[in-house]
Design a protein around this ligand. Structure first.
Ligand SMILES: Cc1ncc(COP(=O)(O)O)c(C=O)c1O
Length: 445
């Protein structure tokens, strides 16, 4: 047995003994670590090594650490009470802040668009995949955000990564909060710009980083999440805008978790802080509070026109089906027409945070940032314990996601919950009761 160019070569004589089970067992034992295609061993020919064997090793390590997970499968609609893996649970895990995933007006809009326009756009936007309804959605968002123009991407991830990598090049600089979303980091890496990280929400440190490159010729982009997805705190926009203006930097905000949640009718952190006109690139998502799928960038007409020409996800990936665009148009109408949804979201959020704190859980603000939004954390610390907490909550009827490294820093594992406008008081009380019971059992409180 030898290895040649990644192939495990078994040189076997054409002798029936080779097919004897005892011989095969021994052969299996000697290659089992490196080869998954054991069936091939019965053939007296070359057997290929699995070149991905190292992934299996890494998965085994996750299993040993207790952070390997199995995808939970939703069997009905994304609602406050729904069925995952055959079990009915109170759902505290979705980003469906306003409950729009099942809103009748959105559902109707999706069905009507499918009937009228079919199920797909058939091409990328720049070839033949720009439908009238895509343009209507972009115009609608631009009006809602009070900006010149908007471009819609296939996801919030694509909007961030596609924009940062398009507007910066290798001679430029990106000054980025250490807890910014992965899509910003990936965009920065793709751009090949130099990345300067500033401590979380530390305006003085952001300024220090900008000052350190002020005499360099490249463009500078100062970027922050509007709401940080794993801690629920809000980016310090006014201070960052001051610094960006002082150093002539481009100011960019990722409002994925602020869209539909903060500001008038959910206009986001720019509206919340009244920094209109001071943020050059505003990103939002259509996948969370808006209830469907997609991301968007708002800014000047020239910024959007440039992204039409240079943003790679826009140029090289098919546009949304018309039903998604129609759904999102209807969602922006709902944001204007049903402000009570946002009020209920915040009422539920305040109640749930207060009661969790009263139970003695660490809900942030000690060794992690304090949440200021419906993203509500229970900081556990140890990864294995956080995952066990999540599993036991599920067994007791509450779906609350365990989050561990690398999504958050090591030693800061947590349970992440998100309120929605549709949770009833009875559901929240029942969830709190279960959190208390399991939290005590695991000595978390
Ligand atoms: C802060 C932030 N930005 C961007 C995204 C990406 O949005 P989408 O889910 O629409 O791709 C997310 C989603 O997790 C996020 O939390």
């Amino acid at each position: 047995m030898e290895i040649e160019q990644g192939l495990l070569i078994l040189r076997v004589p054409s002798c029936p003994l080779w097919f004897h089970p005892a011989v095969l067992r021994e052969l299996r034992a000697s290659v089992v670590k490196r080869c998954r295609r054991l069936d091939y061993l019965v053939m007296p020919t070359a057997t290929r090594l699995d070149p991905l064997y190292y992934l299996t090793d890494q998965l085994s390590q996750l299993k040993e650490k207790g952070t390997h997970f199995k995808l939970r499968v939703l069997e009905d609609e994304q609602e406050p009470v729904c069925t995952f893996d055959g079990k009915k649970v109170i759902n505290l895990a979705s980003n469906n802040y306003l409950g729009l995933t099942t809103h009748p007006k959105l559902r109707e809009a999706a069905l009507a668009a499918t009937k009228k326009y079919g199920v797909g756009s058939g091409a990328v936007r720049t070839i033949a995949g720009t439908m009238r309804i895509h343009m209507e959605l972009e115009e609608k968002i631009a009006r809602f955000k009070n900006v010149e123009a908007c471009v819609v991407f296939q996801s919030g991830f694509a909007a961030n990564a596609g924009t940062v990598s398009a507007i910066l090049g290798k001679e430029d600089f990106i000054i980025s909060d250490e807890l910014n979303h992965a899509s910003i980091i990936d965009g920065a890496r793709l751009s090949r710009a130099r990345i300067l990280v500033f401590r979380h929400k530390d305006i003085a440190h952001a300024e220090e980083q900008l000052a350190s490159v002020k005499d360099q010729p490249g463009n500078k982009l100062l970027i922050t999440d509007g709401v940080f997805s794993m801690d629920g705190d809000i980016g310090p926009l006014p201070g960052l805008c001051d610094v960006a203006e002082k150093y002539g930097a481009i100011m960019m905000v990722d409002d994925a978790h602020a869209s539909g949640v903060l500001g008038r009718n959910g206009r986001g952190t720019i509206d919340h802080f009244k920094v209109d006109g001071r943020v050059d690139v505003q990103v939002g998502t259509l996948s969370k509070a808006i209830g469907a799928l997609g991301g968007y960038v708002c800014g000047t007409r020239d910024l959007i026109d440039f992204l039409y020409h240079r943003a790679r996800p826009f140029l090289f990936s098919t546009s949304h089906p018309p039903s998604v665009a129609a759904t999102c148009i209807a969602a922006f109408d709902v944001l204007e027409e049903e402000p009570q949804l946002m009020e209920k979201l915040w009422e539920n959020t305040r109640y749930f945070k207060k009661e969790l704190g009263n139970l003695g859980f660490n809900i942030g603000g000690k060794n992690t940032p304090a949440s200021e939004t419906p993203i509500t954390l229970i900081i556990v610390g140890e990864e294995k314990l956080a995952m066990q907490f999540s599993r036991e909550l599920f067994n007791e009827g509450v779906m609350a996601t365990g989050i561990a490294f690398p999504t958050v820093a090591e030693g800061k594992a947590r349970i992440r919950t998100i309120m929605t406008a549709k949770h009833t008081s009875a559901q929240l009380d029942q969830a709190l009761e279960t959190l208390k019971k399991v939290g005590k059992r695991l000595a978390i409180i």
